[in-house]
Design a binder for this molecule. Structure first.
Ligand code: HEC
Length: 104
């Protein structure tokens, strides 16, 4: 009668596999470029706006006094309205930033 030890071995294997699969599922998601990679104002949004919204929203521009896009507070406040001027990957980036609570 050797069924007992092999059943235990099988259970251990199943549990081990489940843990391995759970780990495999969570690890790449945390690192994937399309996954929930943190989007921050400093690293992502500021450079995007600096590249696309010159010169008006930057120093010397006509709406710099009213809507300076080099300032986190200003951009975070109007974040949900950025979509009126952005599309494609830029829009996706801004949407992810908003989903994450517009971190600085
Ligand atoms: C040619 C100049 C110019 C450029 C370039 C420009 N803007 Fe503006 N933007 C303005 C002006 C003028 C206003 C109006 C400000 C006011 O309400 O008096 C404005 C207002 C806004 C507003 C607030 C009003 C609203 O629609 O909710 C947002 C948001 C905005 N711009 C986003 C952007 C983004 C994002 C970019 C770059 C992709 C950009 N703008 C590029 C001139 C510009």
């Amino acid at each position: 009668m050797t069924t007992r030890p092999s059943r235990v071995a099988l259970s251990v294997l199943v549990v081990g596999l489940s843990i391995a699969m759970a780990l495999a599922r969570s690890a790449p998601a945390a690192q994937s470029k399309d996954g929930p990679k943190p989007v921050t104002f400093t690293a992502d949004i500021a450079p995007l706006l600096a590249g696309k919204c010159q010169p008006c929203h930057f120093k010397g521009g006509k709406v710099f006094d009213k809507l300076p896009f080099d300032q986190y507070k200003t951009v975070a406040k109007i974040a949900s309205r950025l979509h009126t001027r952005l599309k494609g990957a830029d829009l996706d980036l801004v949407n992810r930033w908003i989903e994450q609570g517009t971190p600085e």
